[in-house]
Design a protein around this ligand. Structure first.
Ligand code: HEM
Length: 239
């Protein structure tokens, strides 16, 4: 009898774990840093500089982000290819969530590949960041992303990336907690599922607002929301 690759117990557990730590933790920190764009160029650039000043950064990136990301996404694609979604025969919401989890995973495989080549390495010809990546260029970080996001198609693609990641992570927390026996009863599973959906909506809103903040000060929120930071002299006031 053929053994499915995705049934390998240890790999499966490692796949779940890498999704939560370090990748989930990285996404939360990443959205926090991006939200600094609400305070304007100087605040965002200072945050990026803070990241670039982390000692041994290249090793943190390789072992803390890129290797877990490669493993999680490649193994995730293998699982998706072997999975048999049954939402068409059973229209329970959980079957649909199961399908969304796989669809967002496959979309993210392409989105993150594009995004890292684009802003981290500046390797996508024809885009603003080509030959001018954010890494090693902290003083211009805001203006590089801002120039890039003037393109409505790119901005929309980032909205999709943020929403897909928010869903994938929030529902991933729930799947993890059920699979590891943390959420056992039917009621606990139902209530925590609502909480995870709420978390996905919240993270999407934060990520979208951060993206808009690169083209419109304070993002989708009124300017007055960011004025306190201006008053403290952290951001140059509007001219
Ligand atoms: C609001 C939308 C986003 C913006 C403005 C944004 C911005 C950036 C920037 C400027 C960098 C380069 C950082 C540097 O070199 O210092 C970066 C790297 C990265 N981003 Fe995003 N990002 C967004 C959404 C996402 C999403 C949804 C993911 C999915 C998990 C993601 C994953 C990554 C990864 C893996 C890196 C490479 C990290 C590293 O090399 O240190 N980003 N992002």
């Amino acid at each position: 009898m053929a053994i499915k690759f995705s049934n390998t117990f240890l790999l499966r557990k490692l796949h779940q774990l890498t999704g939560i730590v370090p990748l989930g933790a990285f996404f939360l920190v990443h959205m926090y840093t991006n939200s600094a764009a609400m305070g304007g160029a100087r605040v965002f650039n200072e945050h990026v500089k803070g990241i670039h000043d982390i000692p041994y950064l290249i090793f943190v990136e390789i072992f803390g982000i890129f290797i877990p990301l490669l493993f999680h996404s490649i193994y995730g694609v293998i699982i998706s290819a072997e999975a048999k979604p049954n939402a068409l025969s059973y229209s329970y919401s959980r079957n649909w969530f199961y399908i969304f989890q796989r669809v967002t995973g496959i979309f993210l495989f392409f989105f993150i590949f594009f995004h890292v080549l684009n802003l981290r390495f500046g390797l996508i010809p024809g885009l603003e960041s080509y030959g001018n990546p954010v890494a090693g260029n902290a003083d211009n970080a805001f203006s590089i992303v801002s120039a890039e996001f003037q393109n409505a198609g790119i901005l929309f693609f980032y909205f999709l990336g943020v929403i897909a990641t928010a869903w994938h992570l929030a529902y991933g927390f729930w799947l993890f907690a059920v699979d590891w026996g943390i959420l056992i009863g039917e009621k606990a599973q139902r209530l925590s599922l609502y909480a995870c959906i709420g978390l996905a909506v919240f993270l999407s809103a934060v990520g979208i607002n951060a993206a808009v903040a690169f083209v419109n000060k304070c993002g989708l929120l009124p300017d007055s929301f960011c004025e306190e930071v201006e008053k403290q002299g952290v951001v140059e006031p509007k001219g």
